[in-house]
Design a protein around this ligand. Structure first.
Ligand code: NOJ
Length: 730
């Protein structure tokens, strides 16, 4: 900070109104120095001179999705040396799952059920991104997703509120560390606030049609967890909630975020989402859009430039109080101060960092995210002597390893499957054929694949989605496998060799036929820079799969949205020929693979769930335990899950809700006893007035390997004694 300003407040006193709104105006790095924004609608390039003039005049707070020594130094120098007040720029970017090193996509990391893994990958991403001059990431996404058609399922942590909350918080801790002043840390942005993942029909940007209680119980907790973990910024969502676009939604941005949760950072719009309130039909003019968004609680606009154009006029005519502008500006200046930008505007820049630790972590992370869904007769891991036909559109190709949001990672530096298998086994044991393209047949592709399969002992079939099929604006109405891939798989089934299917995907896919014809089925998502090495580690048994599904896999896309924490109905599904229950006449209503499901190379046998008390007092806790034994003679990492059902409540509650989970190591043929503790606050839910309530009564509780398994134990939460009733206000 300039010597004469000893605090953001003092600095604020010296700013003109134009300089103030400049601090609330963020732009894409659409200066020729940085190249086009890789993930947003194509923009007209701004001539560098135009942007330089803006910076000199204090009309811009920072840029996003540009990086690098030359870019950052050139722009920052103009800001600190040539602008009147020398306020440093902030450089943001979509650092979602890695920077130079691509880590597994967020949905994959959620499958690890190890939030600490995400903390580590976020920390590594921050180290690389800050070295390239970035200060701020537009992550973590904390959008709960129950609809596999939604393209951004890939950026979510799946369908469960607790899993999503733990991963969102872990990522914030990873990006931000102990202090933002650390030049190797990024400020985090929790997004897209709120309920962006509830897009109706899985259609990106669509309205979020959901009840207030569902919003409170399921969709809001992940954002809140990120804020409680200290996220410095919030990004508003494109969608509307209750008919009000999130970017202009006072209930979300002020009542919930600031008044209920006490958030003190700043709120930035999504890309022009302030201006899009006009397209929504909420605002008639850009000026009206600015008034609505700013007064709702939006501090900064991204890309639209509307704040610079209209806030001064709205202040001048008394529509907006200058003190509100000051509050917003202070939040931004405080963030820049917390990042240490006033002391060192070039913080972090250091292109000499060592990439090796990130690659090691990327391989470890990738191994821990894969989910084994089927393994008939121990088809995996492969025997050392097996000759392998690696077949499929993803067997050799290089463009679909990193996933949609590793926008700064180099494809060429990622390890593909063929490379990984070669490194593990050498060329003699391997023959590779694509068989088909991602969504089209190849001339002679199936014949070549059949010949390769006949020459081998086992077929490893790499199928699934390309990375252009999952991500922003990549919603799919058909979430099956492309027909060309299914034809390849059917043809190979006739070869009578075991088929090990590796499923690359950014969402649950509808794969009943593929599952049937596979002897083993391993979901490998988009695993990033170390894909080939990590998959080879798993396939050859140097590591064992330990991931579990963070989203249910449907049998049929007509079931979507399908999720385990559905509300109870008055007519639960009963097996046919029963009629008049909640089932389809043509498709089994259960998922093909439920939430939480996954196998290892060992086998877990769960004992009965036990509680240490049949009834607990209002302020007491119950200990829930279960003994788990490994029965296959192979060490196993098991994701042990604790579920609860509220037996009778003042409103309909879910069939089950996940309340805790833990990944534990069970030695071969060994047993471990797992205990969880539950207290009253774990049993709270949203009441119809929008508050939170815990109700005494009976609860069922399961310790189980997935959301559809197990037999529950029961305990009763007793009503508070009269003396404690008054002190209680849950
Ligand atoms: C639009 C996306 O919705 C958001 O997630 C992203 O951070 C911005 N574009 C900036 O690239």
């Amino acid at each position: 900070m300039h010597k004469e300003f000893d605090s953001p407040k003092r600095l604020l006193e010296c700013m003109t109104l134009d300089e103030k709104v400049g601090q609330l105006s963020l732009y894409s790095a659409d200066v020729k120095l940085a190249g086009p924004d890789p993930v947003n609608p194509t923009l007209s390039f701004q001539a560098p001179e135009h942007r330089f003039a803006d910076i000199r005049a204090g009309r811009v707070t920072g840029f996003f999705n540009g990086h690098g020594d030359a870019f950052v130094r050139t722009l920052q120098r103009i800001a600190v040396e040539e602008s009147r007040l020398g306020i440093p720029l902030i450089f943001g970017a979509d650092v979602i799952h890695g920077f130079h090193t691509a880590f597994p996509v967020p949905l994959a990391e959620a499958a690890s059920f190890e939030p600490d893994l995400s903390r580590k990958t976020a920390e590594a991403a921050a180290r690389e991104a800050t070295a390239h001059g970035l200060h701020w990431t537009f992550a973590p996404g904390a959008d709960l997703c129950r609809d596999a058609r939604w393209g951004r399922a890939v950026e979510s942590a799946g369908e469960d509120a607790l899993v999503s909350a733990r991963f969102a918080a872990a990522r914030v801790r990873g990006f931000q560390g102990e202090s933002l002043a650390d030049p190797q840390r990024l400020m985090a942005t929790v997004k897209h606030f709120a309920a962006y993942g509830a897009a109706e029909a899985g259609l990106d940007y669509n309205t979020a049609e959901l009840s207030r209680t569902t919003l409170i119980d399921h969709y809001l907790p992940p954002y809140r967890a990120a804020i409680e973990a200290g996220a410095g910024a919030v990004m508003s969502a494109f969608n509307d909630v209750d008919g009000v676009p999130a970017t202009a939604n006072r209930v979300l941005l002020t009542e919930i975020l600031r008044e209920q949760w006490g958030f003190e950072g700043f709120v930035v719009s999504d890309f022009e989402s302030d201006l899009e309130t006009i397209v929504h039909g909420l605002a008639a003019t850009p000026r009206e859009a600015v008034r609505l968004c700013f007064t709702a609680g939006l501090d900064m606009c991204m890309q639209s430039g509307t704040y610079a154009a209209h806030l001064p006029g709205l202040v001048a005519d008394g529509t907006i109080d200058i003190r509100r502008i000051d509050h917003a500006v202070l939040r931004v200046l405080r963030a820049k101060q917390a990042l240490g930008l006033f002391e060192n505007p070039y913080r972090g820049l250091d292109l000499s960092y060592d990439p090796v630790p990130s690659r090691t972590l990327a391989r470890e992370a990738a191994r821990r995210c894969a989910v084994l869904l089927k393994n008939t007769h121990g088809a995996l891991p492969l025997k050392p002597s097996a000759r392998i036909a690696l077949i499929g559109p993803f067997a050799r190709e290089q463009q679909n390893l990193n996933g949609a949001w590793a926008i700064f990672a180099a494809n060429a530096e990622s390890v593909n499957l063929e490379q990984g298998f070669l490194a593990a086994r050498g060329a003699d044991a391997l023959v590779v054929e694509p068989g088909c393209a991602i969504d089209a047949p190849l001339d002679g592709g199936i014949d070549a694949a059949l010949a390769a399969a006949r020459s081998a002992d086992v077929i490893v079939l790499a199928l699934g989605e390309g990375q252009h099929m999952s991500g922003e604006s990549r919603s799919r109405a058909d979430i099956g496998l492309p027909e060309a891939q299914l034809q390849l798989a059917r043809a190979l089934r006739n070869v009578s060799k075991p088929i090990i299917t590796l499923l690359r995907t950014g969402r649950p896919l509808v794969i009943p036929e593929l599952a049937d014809l596979s002897d083993a089925l391993l979901v490998t998502w988009f695993l990033g820079s170390e894909t080939g090495h990590a998959v080879a580690d798993l396939v050859f048994g140097h590591a064992a799969p330990s991931g579990r599904l963070p989203m249910s896999f449907p049998r049929h896309q007509g079931q979507v949205p399908i999720y385990y924490a559905r509300k109870r109905t008055g007519r639960p599904a009963a097996p046919p020929p029963a009629m008049f229950t909640a089932r389809y006449i043509d498709v089994d209503p259960t998922p093909l693979y439920p939430f939480g499901f996954g196998l290892g190379y060992g086998r877990a046998d769960y004992g009965a769930t036990e509680v240490d008390a049949a009834g607990i007092g209002w302020n007491d806790t119950v200990t829930v335990s279960c003994s788990i034994t490994e029965t296959a003679g192979v060490e196993l990492e098991e994701v042990v899950q604790l579920y609860v059902r509220d037996v009778a409540a003042s409103r309909v509650r879910p069939v089950r809700e996940l309340k805790d989970f833990r990944k534990v190591l069970i030695p071969a043929r060994g047993s471990v006893t797992i205990t969880f503790t539950l207290g009253r606050t774990d049993l709270a839910f949203a009441d119809l007035a929008g508050g939170s309530v815990t109700e005494p009564g009976e609860f069922q509780v399961w310790i189980a390997p997935h959301a559809e398994a197990g037999t529950p134990a029961t305990f009763v939460l007793k009503a508070p004694l009269p003396s404690s009733a008054t002190e209680e206000a849950t």
